[in-house]
Design a protein. Structure first.
Length: 119
């Protein structure tokens, strides 16, 4: 989930090329609306967005006790933001620009912890 359409499209393209099914959302509200109706194996969440930011979305997901793992991405990396995201339940925190291979590996391991990364 990213409010920047070009980032959303690029991420979707990368993930689909790795045979990962993608549902893309442009806002925190869109994502949270889908939580009750769509299945998510993993959520990729941009931290800095208008309206509901990534921290807000993580808090909502925690209140809902949503079991889906969340990977947070941000162009504004800081130790404080990293610590807060992980404390709010994110399983991974990745600064932008994202390394596509690391992202795909993280998602693969989240979906199947026994999977070995490809070499």
């Amino acid at each position: 989930m990213d409010d920047d359409d070009s980032v959303r499209r690029a991420l979707a393209r990368v993930l689909r090329s790795a045979s990962i099914e993608v549902s893309a959302y442009g806002s925190g509200a869109e994502l949270l609306k889908s939580v009750g109706t769509a299945e998510h194996d993993c959520i990729i969440l941009d931290l800095h967005m208008p309206d509901l930011n990534g921290f807000d979305v993580l808090r909502h997901l925690a209140r809902l006790r949503h079991p889906c793992p969340v990977i947070v991405m941000t162009g504004h990396d800081s130790p404080k933001a990293r610590a807060e995201c992980l404390a709010l339940g994110a399983v991974k925190y990745m600064p932008k620009p994202l390394d596509a291979d690391l992202l795909v590996t993280a998602i693969t391991l989240i979906s199947d912890p026994t999977a070995a990364p490809e070499r």
